[in-house]
Design a protein around this ligand. Structure first.
Ligand code: NAP
Length: 262
């Protein structure tokens, strides 16, 4: 069975920032790829403006659109209540922390405010969202615990959308010269540490935690020069994420499935 096909056996998947870019493509590819999970909870900070998401939801009633501003504690709490109503005793199987921003600033233009804004959305928010949804993730993990050593998205998983630009080891003069964005890069390094720390803290609950780089993709963030289309990136991402097992717990993987250096 291919990795993507495992999504079909997954009860629920929640994706943040699902109104455009990779988040929207994840929803689209899941419902149109023939491996739609039971429920897709597509979150966006402004559902009324998420026209493409509504178009998809009209055709696929297993898409549930929920308001969630990842920077807002109140919005996260409200989102948890709504998701609880949707998933009930089954809990939440797969949380994909996808929403992100790139506050572009180099050494000369960076300010404390720019650092903190990027840090909040890209590193603090995924941590706070995971904490808030933990009871629902734990519920799903305990229901799928026939073998306590088994980890997968069908049981319970937290997937953090990271970036190769958050790899300290891959940062050299050439790469830093092109993408010397302090707020973004530092936020993704922090997200990687969040992922690794979550892997330690949630291991006993059987919740798989990892970070993944989607490649350089033609979205609003990636820009038109990027080599990958959202469809190409997401097709590979779903195959890798769907096939994750306990051996991938705490990993940092490329969209092709190979490990990336921290
Ligand atoms: P994108 O096209 O700019 O989309 C970003 C998404 O995040 C949008 O849905 C946006 O919603 C949402 N978002 C931002 N702030 C939010 C907030 N406070 N609350 C809720 N949603 C919020 O970016 P993308 O290319 O799809 O990137 C998705 C993820 O992949 C990001 O984490 C990014 O860092 C990562 N990534 C992308 C690339 C690439 O080449 N594209 C490479 C490496 C990693 P609004 O429409 O409301 O702003």
């Amino acid at each position: 069975m291919s990795g993507s096909a495992c999504f079909k056996k997954c009860g629920s998947v929640l994706i943040t920032g699902a109104n455009r870019g990779l988040g929207l493509q994840l929803v689209d590819s899941l419902v149109n790829g023939g491996f739609s999970p039971g429920k897709i909870i597509a979150t966006t900070r402004d559902p009324s403006a998420a026209l493409k998401l509504h178009e998809l939801a009209k055709k696929h009633p297993n898409i549930h659109i929920i308001a969630l501003d990842v920077q807002s504690h109140e919005s996260i709490q409200k989102g948890v209540e709504e998701v609880h109503q949707l998933v009930q005793e089954e809990g939440l199987n797969c949380l994909i922390n996808n929403a992100g921003i790139n506050v572009i600033a180099n050494f000369h233009t960076v300010t404390a405010e720019k650092m903190i804004e990027n840090f909040h959305t890209n590193a603090v928010a995924p941590l706070m969202i995971t904490k808030a949804f933990l009871p629902l993730l734990k519920r799903a993990a305990s229901r799928g615990a026939c073998d306590p050593a088994t980890m997968s998205i069908q049981r319970a998983a937290v997937i953090n959308m990271s970036s190769a630009l958050g790899s300290i080891e891959l940062t050299n003069k050439e790469l830093a010269g092109h993408f010397n964005w302090y707020p973004y890069r530092v936020s993704k390094v922090a997200l990687n540490m969040v992922s690794r720390s979550l892997a330690i803290d949630l291991e006993d609950d059987g919740i798989l935690c990892m970070a993944i780089h989607p490649g350089w993709v033609r979205t609003d963030m990636g820009g038109s020069q990027a080599p990958l289309s959202p469809e190409e990136s997401v097709s590979s991402l779903l195959s890798v994420i769907g096939g994750l097992t306990e051996k991938d717990h705490g990993s940092f993987l490329n969209y092709t499935g190979e490990p990336l250096p921290w």
